[in-house]
Design a protein around this ligand. Structure first.
Ligand code: ADP
Ligand code: MG
Length: 215
């Protein structure tokens, strides 16, 4: 089971990944956008970490809803409302439970990605964050690591696509040949989830082994 601490760690790991990769995200947003994706997300996730530390929500759903609200209010640009909606909707699905199962999280993320698709009106192959989120969430049934890797693969697969949504679509065919920044940051988000889940499960295994040792 995953409690609020797990979700706070996920958001902190996402913020760290965004900080590490901010320059690259902005570089990807230069040829097919307005060179602000890294700075947008850095501002947003820095605020998310700050808000979570200030309010310390006690339920998984509350953590993600606060994170989503914070992204919406701090990130100008398309990605703020889209990522904000992803986290808010996912958090709403998780409800007020103190702990959630991996199956519940998977179903909630599925609903969250559905909300992103409805808000942005993008379909698979339109060269957006959905091209990483959809395969990523699709692989969650196998493992968190598989989801991170599928998202990463999905992000790379945006290179030959022509953008049909968002700012990059204004470029028409000239958007071909560049990796989508939003798909790239989505892979970071799911990669951060995999890292946190791996560390969490390793700790669990150690606790269990200690218990069995009868210490
Ligand atoms: P902006 O385009 O407003 O400058 P960002 O640079 O922060 O915002 O984010 C751009 C990313 O947002 C794109 O790379 C793409 O993945 C994602 N995006 C833009 N429009 C949509 C949409 N309609 N649906 C899904 N994702 C979108
Ligand atoms: Mg941009």
């Amino acid at each position: 089971m995953r409690d609020a601490e797990f979700f706070r760690r996920w958001m902190a790991a996402a913020a760290a990944a965004v900080e590490r990769e901010a320059e690259r995200l902005t570089e990807l947003d230069s040829p097919i956008g307005d060179a602000d994706h890294g700075s947008n997300l850095l501002r947003g996730f820095t605020a998310v970490v700050r808000e979570l530390e200030a309010e310390r929500p006690e339920q998984p759903g509350a953590v993600l809803q606060l994170a989503g609200r914070t992204l919406i209010s701090t990130v100008g640009g398309a990605s703020g409302p889209l990522y904000g909606t992803l986290l808010r909707r996912t958090g709403k699905e998780l409800g007020t439970a103190a702990e959630v199962s991996d199956g519940e999280l998977r179903a909630a993320l599925d609903a969250g990605v559905g909300a992103v698709a409805r808000l942005g009106g993008a379909a698979p192959g339109d060269k957006t964050m959905l091209d990483a989120l959809l395969p990523g969430i699709g692989a969650l049934g196998a493992s968190y690591r598989a989801a991170g890797e599928a998202a990463e693969k999905g992000a790379r697969a945006t290179v030959p696509m022509q953008a049909r949504k968002g700012r990059a679509s204004y470029l028409g065919e000239r958007s071909i040949g560049h990796q989508d920044p939003g798909a790239t940051s989505s892979a970071l988000l799911l990669g951060a989830l995999a890292d946190v889940a791996d560390a969490w499960d390793a700790m669990d295994a150690m606790d269990t082994a200690d218990g069995e040792g009868g210490a």
